[in-house]
Design a protein around this ligand. Structure first.
Ligand code: ZN
Length: 102
């Protein structure tokens, strides 16, 4: 998912002063915002929860490409509505196929 220039600016501003350490893999201290992405949560059985996602900002080490993930909502890059949840109940009256097509 491509970030708008305004979202990229908000991400940079929010991460300024927070992203201070060197990469835990290679020790380099050069980071770049990659893009917005979406994580799919799992239920306790390990199954992907269809219809639910968590927006994240990906930041990569410019040397080894180790990725860090940050909550896009907490950074102010997207609003809380961007975090989607599955419907709480099935549709009230599911569509029935026309007679003779079962
Ligand atoms: Zn690295």
């Amino acid at each position: 998912m491509a970030m708008t220039p305004e979202q990229a600016q908000r991400a940079l501003a929010a991460l300024k002063g927070k992203l201070r350490g060197a990469c835990s893999v290679c020790g380099t201290n050069r980071w770049a915002i990659v893009d917005l992405a979406s994580m799919l949560p799992f239920d306790p059985s390990g199954a992907v929860i269809i219809g639910q996602s968590v927006p994240v900002v990906l930041v990569a080490c410019e040397n080894c490409k180790h990725l860090l993930t940050f909550s896009a909502v907490a950074l102010g890059v997207v609003g809380p509505a961007a975090t989607t949840a599955p419907p709480t109940s099935p549709p009230a009256s599911p569509q029935e196929p026309p007679d003779g097509q079962r």
